[in-house]
Design a protein around this ligand. Structure first.
Ligand SMILES: Cc1cc2nc3c(=O)[nH]c(=O)nc-3n(C[C@H](O)[C@H](O)[C@H](O)COP(=O)(O)OP(=O)(O)OC[C@H]3O[C@@H](n4cnc5c(N)ncnc54)[C@H](O)[C@@H]3O)c2cc1C
Length: 501
């Protein structure tokens, strides 16, 4: 059989993964990427001697023996990265109440500290800790992300249920409700906030239990070199396998003949043909722009009309001539003095200190990063007036710095670099719809929806990435590229390979 050619749109994690598995399995692939570098939302950039990591916070499943670890090995990630065990998920600070609590990997200590915070919620806290313990041995690949829905028959689903049988009850009933909904039953208002904001208020409780369980099992880690270090080895592996990638190449149209994808047209007008086209780019622009909305059914229409997106973020990074020994790498601060951005009141900040590795700043210095949720429309309108957009970024950075000063006196005078990224920045560099950096908002309903990697009525076309795996995340996106090639091998009647024969 002649080797089939494949065009992949996007060199984010999903596109690179698709490319690697395509090359391993004898497809000749070429990635076209909009940006000048690989990684998509897993992005790092340099400013005045500092390295800003604007992507991946933590990973899961980096230890040998876990299928996710095997995935990292297949893609050349495990060999090229140093992962640092997370012993602390983060610290929550309530400025007005003068309280704080650390979410540690020691579940006994966590139970004790949460009960000290709110003795009246002891029963609920015991329940949550029991759930986290039940999740400790969960093999995450058994939660459905390891195989494409197209290839999972009833037997596959049974196997999946069997794989998670010890924690099965925590995927149903009250644990399948959103964290926000569940937290309503807690007596202490601040404990409510802590539970809601452990990830996002909309995620199901089981997702939070899973995080706490993996943390306790030391299966959560930070990337010592930042997320670009995570991405570059995959790009290297792809090229070593013979893959081709072109940067600054934005796909405007997916070429279709007789309901078969046959290639792409780039923004520079050039046309490129292939036997197979895979989009690992933003879902909305793929379906409604590059394909003109011609290959949708009711389900897809409903999703793009009614499902909520991850709320976009403003990310303010400071390079400061200061060290933060012993300080947690992540803190969630409930502000005593909120501030306004657009029509929203910002009453909480996520603070990330890159004090765990010397890779981000010169000796004696640190990158301090603050993120908060914001509105797409506000920033998208503002950016049409560049001076006002820049002035607003400056104002926001000043507001943030003033709030940080209360925690780290003298910080303002130590700032050497300031960088503000808005939802428009996310769109500009990654094209994710309305700045939704992780795609769909992972509500209990959405996160459990299994989406096909194909579109109705269109042959030779596949999708990978966070827009077909609700909730996104590193392992799911990497798996999604693998899925596409698994489906292709299945259709072509050949075994799926995870290395070069
Ligand atoms: C701040 C932040 C923190 C995160 N933290 C974590 C975490 O702790 N743990 C975790 O597991 N996950 C985390 N994630 C999520 C995870 O990084 C993403 O879900 C994942 O990287 C998405 O990969 P992707 O390939 O699907 O999409 P993307 O990264 O969006 O890649 C799509 C690529 O397609 C390109 N593209 C788009 N349109 C076109 C076009 N028309 N032509 C050519 N190319 C195009 C884009 O430029 C981009 O490179 C985080 C994300 C962010 C932003």
């Amino acid at each position: 059989m002649a080797t089939k050619s494949m065009i992949i749109i996007g060199a984010g994690l999903a596109g690179l993964s698709t490319g690697c598995y395509a090359q391993m399995n004898g497809y000749r692939s070429h990635i076209f990427e909009h940006h000048t570098v690989p990684g998509g939302v897993a992005a790092c950039w340099k400013r005045k001697g500092y390295l800003i990591d604007g992507g991946i916070h933590f990973l899961m499943g980096h230890r040998p023996g876990q299928p996710i670890y095997d995935l990292y090995c297949e893609l050349g990630i495990a060999q090229a990265n140093r992962f640092l065990d997370m012993t602390l998920y983060g610290r929550f600070i309530d400025e007005a109440g003068g309280r704080s609590v650390e979410i540690t990997q020691d579940l006994d200590r966590l139970a004790h500290d949460l009960k000290a915070l709110s003795p009246d919620d002891s029963q609920a806290i015991d329940e949550l800790i029991a759930g986290a313990r039940a999740m400790q041995d969960l093999d995450m690949s058994k939660t459905g992300m390891a195989s494409p829905p197209e290839l999972m028959g009833p037997l596959g689903q049974l196997k999946q249920m069997w794989g998670i049988r010890r924690a099965l009850r925590y995927f149903a009933g009250k644990y399948a409700r959103s964290a926000a909904d569940y937290a309503q039953g807690l007596r202490d208002p601040w404990l409510r906030q802590v539970i809601e904001n452990l990830f996002l208020p909309e995620v199901p409780v089981w997702f939070i239990l899973m995080l706490l369980g993996l943390l306790a099992k030391r299966q959560m880690e930070l990337i010592e070199g930042g997320c670009l270090n995570f991405v570059l080895p995959i790009e290297r592996r792809y090229k070593d396998l013979g893959g081709q990638v072109t940067y600054k190449a934005t796909v405007e149209e997916i070429l279709v003949e007789n309901d078969r994808a046959v290639g792409v047209r780039l923004a520079d007008g050039s046309r490129h043909r292939a036997d197979i086209v895979v989009s690992a780019a933003d879902g909305y622009s793929t379906i409604f722009k590059m394909l003109g909305g011609r290959y949708v059914d009711k389900k897809i229409e409903n999703r793009y009309k009614n499902w909520k997106l991850i709320r976009p973020m403003v990310m303010v990074s400071f390079g400061v001539a200061r060290e933060f020994p012993g300080e947690p790498w992540l803190s969630f601060i409930t502000l005593e003095r909120p501030f306004t951005v657009g029509s929203q009141t910002i009453d909480g900040l996520m603070l990330r200190l890159f004090n765990y590795s010397p890779r981000f700043a010169p000796p004696g210095k640190t990158v301090v990063q603050v993120a908060f949720e914001t509105e797409w429309d506000f920033w998208n309108e503002l950016r049409k007036d560049r001076p006002r957009y820049d002035a607003e970024k400056e104002r926001v950075a000043a507001e943030v710095l003033e709030r940080l000063e209360a925690h780290y006196p003298g910080l303002s005078s130590q700032v050497e670099m300031t960088d503000v990224a808005t939802p428009y920045t996310t769109w500009r560099y990654t094209r994710n719809h309305r700045g939704a950096y992780m795609g769909w908002l992972p509500t209990p309903e959405v996160i459990t929806t299994r989406m096909k990697r194909t579109l109705p009525g269109l042959a030779n076309f596949y999708m990978a990435g966070q827009w077909v795996l609700p909730g996104g995340g590193v392992p799911p996106c990497l798996y999604s590229g693998r899925h596409v090639v698994q489906i292709l091998c299945h259709q072509d009647g050949k075994p799926f390979l995870t290395s070069v024969p």
